[in-house]
Design a protein around this ligand. Structure first.
Ligand SMILES: [Zn+2]
Length: 155
């Protein structure tokens, strides 16, 4: 991590916006690896053949629970997005959209890698509303990268 990144992280820790990340966790469903040739994916067939097993309903996770992670980030509402760079990243934004830049876990200030966030399973809570991560991009900042994510409101 270089000096620019360190000062960015420090600024977010001090004056970033609080957002809650609800991460679905659990055990991998046996159906996921039942396919031919070690293919990983949902198998309706496996669940038909094993009717007594827990059903993952396509999520590939059983015994699911949700970890609530308090985070801080740089957060922008759609109407605050002025730079052409961000506009070009995500295209036309809806009024409910928010954009987050660098997601830090408030308990240890580690960065949460957006590539591990599932649009189907994981949600964010901000201002009493619920969002999902629709897409993210790596944004170059001097000689390193930071992640910028587009959150869509679903409730
Ligand atoms: Zn399954």
């Amino acid at each position: 991590m270089n000096q620019d990144q360190l000062s960015l992280y420090a600024a977010i820790a001090q004056s970033g916006i609080a957002i809650t990340f609800n991460k679905k966790t659990g055990d991998p469903c046996p159906c996921a690896t039942s396919g031919d040739g070690g293919r990983v994916g949902y198998s309706a067939e496996w669940h038909r053949e094993n009717p007594d097993a827990d059903h993952c309903n396509g999520s590939l996770i059983i015994n699911a629970s949700v970890s609530v992670i308090n985070c801080k980030t740089l957060l922008y509402n759609a109407d605050q997005i002025k730079t052409d760079e961000l506009k070009a990243m995500f295209g036309e934004l809806q009024p409910d959209d928010i954009v987050i830049n660098v997601l830090l876990n408030s308990s240890d200030w580690s960065e949460i890698d957006m590539s591990g966030i599932s649009e189907q399973d994981d949600t964010f809570t901000y201002n009493g509303n619920t969002y999902v991560l629709r897409q993210y991009k790596d944004l170059q900042v001097s000689d390193s990268f930071c992640q910028v994510g587009l959150l869509k409101r679903i409730a």
